[in-house]
Design a protein around this ligand. Structure first.
Ligand code: BG6
Length: 461
């Protein structure tokens, strides 16, 4: 057999962002408000009205991508820029024009667009109309929105991602449009939302295959490496259960077209039945992913603790406690630096779905950073990129089919929970949580490092 030793010549070297985290202009040019904008107005995190103002820096930002040498760019389209209320009778032409401009600029710069259809920013109007994803009408509205994107941009976009981090999303009620005090009812509604997102995704896979036979489509799944704290089978099973419920469930439905038994059993134990309709079956049977997008950040270590009820995953996996390995470096926010964890993750996913290409849709290192004479010397991020890309190549050499690497994030942006001061970018944006200043862009040292990696196609790590 021919052994792969290097990144293939057509490997896509990218970087990643999402609409509400970079664009700003939250209510401009006809855009409607999303749940992300509402959270921002409530002060949960900073200022989607400006973000890092990518909306008004489009040409400058794409010129920076070109200078960096990117061959792909993963971004998301804002649903409410296209349909301000999520399901208006006509699309907002100014919203379409913005993305047409972006995609055209990317193509002219030799950069392959990787488009996420929905990244955390559900139209607020759909929450008000019918409780968002908990209602079946959301499926049709999402599919109609996706269909318009295929029609408008399908001739220029070869890679599509349906839903970002679906299985994490269902644990954040405000992000899927749920308002419910009773925890049992809330869990049931979250599972309805879960089902509706799966159905919307399957229908969108089918639609994409029908309308755009040359395009590829998949989910963007949150997948972290889970290790157990003790050499105990009980902890190992707990880690497995977490892996199933946070990641494999999304991949299993998207790849195998059926709901896994470990999930159905959990539902039964909680007395929840999915809002299944007979006509859905054929959608799941035929609607399958062409590749898997993985958002991978770190390795987490878990142990069983009867007293612990992990906030985020309560009800999904109970009595679980997260532990930081003192031998690993961690970000201020508790994400570990563990390149071997990435390799292990890739190999696990490959073992489960050996026929599918994998794409890293997110992976990154966050820091608080301050300009020093116009520079950011982000040595840890450079080491992070170097060591993770090195392990990516090791996985490739072991036979894992990886087609693209899109680190989080191309440019500093609003973190989902921690504002602008938790920075992931290869480019620094001069603003802070209190002031938007001039939003000037500065290339960090990691920009130049990654530029070199791309030039050498990952050869000299
Ligand atoms: C992923 C999301 O969960 O992690 C991104 O897809 C997010 O949108 C990223 O920004 C990092 O998380 P945080 O909370 O640091 O922004």
């Amino acid at each position: 057999a021919h052994l792969k030793t290097d990144f293939p010549a057509d490997f896509l070297w990218g970087a990643s962002t999402s609409a509400f985290q970079v664009e700003g202009a939250a209510a401009e040019d006809g855009k409607g408000l999303s749940v992300a904008d509402i959270r921002s107005l409530e002060g949960k995190y900073l200022d989607t009205s400006v973000s890092v103002d990518h909306y008004h820096h489009l040409a400058e930002d794409v010129a920076l991508m070109k200078e960096l040498g990117l061959t792909s760019y993963r971004f998301s389209i804002s649903w409410t820029r296209i349909f301000p209320n999520g399901n208006d009778s006509h699309p907002n032409t100014r919203g379409l024009a913005f993305y047409r401009r972006l995609i055209t600029l990317l193509k002219k710069s030799g950069i392959e667009p990787i488009v996420t259809i929905f990244h955390f920013d559900l139209p607020q109007s759909l929450v008000e109309q019918y409780n968002g994803w908990a209602d079946r009408r959301c499926v049709d509205d999402y599919v109609r929105y996706a269909k318009l994107l295929f029609e408008e941009f399908g001739s220029m976009v070869n890679y599509w991602l349906t839903i970002n981090e679906h299985s994490l999303l269902i644990n954040v009620p405000s992000m899927i449009g749920l308002k419910e005090e009773n925890p049992k009812k809330l869990r049931a509604m979250a599972e309805y939302a879960n089902y509706h997102m799966f159905l919307a995704q399957a229908k969108t896979f089918n639609l994409c295959h029908k309308l755009l036979p040359n395009a590829k489509i998949g989910p963007a799944v949150s997948y972290m490496t889970n290790l157990s704290y003790n050499h105990k089978s009980s902890d190992a099973l707990l880690g497995k259960s977490l892996e199933d419920m946070v990641s494999f469930i999304t991949m299993d439905v998207a790849v195998r077209g059926e709901f896994p038994t470990y999930y159905l059993r959990k539902l039964q134990e909680k007395n929840i039945s999915l809002p299944f309709q007979p006509e859905d079956e054929k959608e799941f049977l035929t609607g399958r992913a062409d590749f898997l997008g993985l958002n991978w950040y770190c390795t987490s270590i878990f142990r069983h603790n009867e007293q612990a009820a992990s906030k985020m995953l309560a009800g999904v996996v109970d009595h679980i406690e997260r532990y930081n390995d003192p031998e690993l470096l961690h970000t201020e926010w508790g994400f570990s630096f563990d390149p071997l964890g990435l390799r292990y993750a890739l190999q696990r996913v490959h073992d489960r779905y050996p026929h599918l290409p994998l794409m890293i849709t997110e992976c990154g290192w966050s820091e608080r950073e301050h300009l020093e004479n116009g520079k950011i010397h982000d040595q840890t991020r450079i080491r992070f990129l170097n060591d993770h890309i090195y392990q990516l190549r090791e996985a490739l050499r072991d036979g894992v089919n990886i087609i693209s690497f899109n680190p989080w994030s191309f440019i500093d942006l609003l973190s989902v929970n921690d504002g602008i001061e938790k920075r992931y970018g290869l480019i620094f944006v001069d603003r802070d949580n209190l002031s938007e200043k001039k939003l000037k862009r500065y290339k960090k040292d990691s920009f130049y490092f990654y530029q070199q990696v791309i030039q050498q196609n990952g050869a000299n790590l």
